[in-house]
Design a binder for this molecule. Structure first.
Ligand code: GDP
Length: 454
């Protein structure tokens, strides 16, 4: 999308449902005159149809007279639509050639293909939602678990926007205070007390939101967990147990490469990409370098390595060494599992969780240990407003740095105009989060991540 010479009123259309055979396909249109342009294409009277009321009718090509489909159609008059402008939605049969014909007709009739995220972009420019809500729309669509979806839904309902606006109000109040002091130097009016308490409050609030980014990222992007260990210790059995226990599996198991198996699972709402590194096992002897390289890469990128030991036999030297290391190699964390606990009378070595992939014993403890590791460096898991966009987090950090500068300037007794300038930075950053001040490249980057039709 080119935001420089953007015409927010021209007519756009796109398929809002996936490009695949389905029972029903939804085609969305928006732009001035959409209703009038679509009206001659159907047999019913769209122009006089009440806004947001559905019509059942036949869609026809006015040139050839060919009936294209039996459809349901809804007109939305401005501002009562998703985009805030005149829109029409069409519900047709989900046959791909059928949908293509209808889209072609629309493109011939005065609509152009919408860019990814363009409907939401229009909602934003027509004041239907601020940027935090617009971003939430895409996050809802791409949520992998119910918990991730409900966090994004919170943002859509404006939880984050409200908090940011609260900071903004507070900072604007301070800016007004500084402005008075600039306009009337101290000898004319008595200086008001410095807003140290308010500054502390904004600082704490911003910090809380910045910290929530880690939690948000976990729920939105998920974490990578890799099962590692010697051959035959039970990695594949554990992999299957995870898949069986976590019923809300998001995708099928992929044997995409010969090196490892991978699957999305939900660990109590946390999306987890789980890998079984069959690769090392397979390639240990055959020196298939590529296989080993790829497996190592997966292990290095893991957030958590589940190192599996076989509880029914003695530990190898390498395993003893691994247990002795308090910190695992690489950037990830480590959870040690003492598998086949059902076959052993011995106690698990210190730091290892006794589990049986066959009986399921110890599995809950393993899940708890993983959750603990995932959230190890995070606080406020239960927080309502959680930030999961890097853009928002970086702007919050900018605002935070600005507030710290204001605070320091006050402590150092710097003149009011310096304070006012730092505060201006804070307001600028907060404004960019909600989109009041937004440079066009941010918009470009943000909305291009959207799907077409949203
Ligand atoms: P991998 O090579 O590490 O993937 O190990 P597998 O999952 O293929 O398991 C090797 C063998 O150990 C298989 O025969 C499994 O049935 C068995 N096994 C795995 N986990 C357990 C367990 O917890 N208890 C028992 N009794 N057998 C297990």
């Amino acid at each position: 999308m080119n935001h420089e010479n953007y015409d927010p009123d021209d007519r756009i259309a796109a398929l809002a449902t996936p490009w695949a055979e389905s029972a029903i396909a939804v085609i969305r249109t928006s732009g001035q005159g959409s209703i009038e342009v679509l009206s001659p294409l159907i047999k019913a009277d769209l122009v006089n149809q009440e806004s947001r009321k559905m019509l059942y009718t036949t869609l026809k090509d006015p040139q050839s007279g060919e009936s294209l489909d039996e459809i349901m159609i809804v007109p939305f008059r401005a501002p009562g639509s998703y985009t805030g402008q005149e829109s029409v939605e069409l519900y047709c049969h989900g046959s791909l050639p059928g949908v293509q014909k209808i889209l072609n007709l629309l493109f011939r009739s005065g609509f152009r293909q919408a860019s990814p995220g363009e409907f939401t972009f229009r909602a934003f420019i027509h004041g239907k939602m601020d940027l935090t809500r617009a971003e939430a729309v895409q996050e809802i669509i791409s949520s992998k678990t119910g918990k991730a979806q409900s966090l994004a839904l919170n943002r859509l309902s404006g939880v984050l926007e409200k908090r940011i606006n609260h900071f903004k109000d507070s900072a604007t109040g301070m800016a007004a205070l500084f402005a008075i002091q600039l306009d009337y130097p101290d000898d004319e009016v008595e200086s008001p007390p410095l807003p140290l308490k308010e500054i502390e409050e904004i600082k704490n609030g911003l910090k809380e939101l910045i910290d929530s980014y880690r939690v948000g990222k976990i729920y939105q992007e998920g974490v990578v967990i890799v099962l590692a260990g010697r051959t035959n210790v039970g990695k594949s059995s554990l992999f299957n147990l995870f898949l069986k226990e976590d019923r809300s599996i998001v995708s099928d198991v992929h044997g995409t490469t010969r090196d490892y198996l991978e699957s999305w699972i939900s660990l109590g709402g946390i999306p987890v990409r789980l890998y079984d590194t069959a690769g090392l096992r397979k390639f240990e002897d055959s020196v298939e370098e590529e296989g080993i390289r790829r497996t190592r890469e997966v292990m290095e990128n893991a957030h958590i390595l589940i190192y599996v030991l076989d509880g029914s036999i003695d530990l190898s030297e390498e395993e003893e060494e691994m247990l002795a290391q308090s910190h695992p190699e690489g950037k990830g964390k480590r959870v040690v599992v003492w598998n086949k606990a059902d076959l052993s009378q011995n106690r698990a070595p210190a730091g290892a969780i006794p589990v049986s992939a066959v009986t399921g014993q110890g599995f809950t403890e393993l899940e708890d240990a993983l959750r603990l590791q995932i959230f190890a460096d995070t606080s406020q898991i239960g927080a309502e407003a959680v930030v999961d966009s890097l853009r928002q987090k970086e702007l919050l950090e900018r605002a935070f740095a600005g507030v710290v500068k204001v605070e320091e300037a006050i402590h150092n007794g710097l003149p009011v105009d310096v304070l006012a300038m730092d505060l201006h930075d804070v307001l600028q950053a907060l404004g960019e989060i909600t989109g009041e001040v937004s440079s066009s490249d941010i918009l470009e980057r943000m909305f291009s991540n959207f799907c077409v039709g949203k």
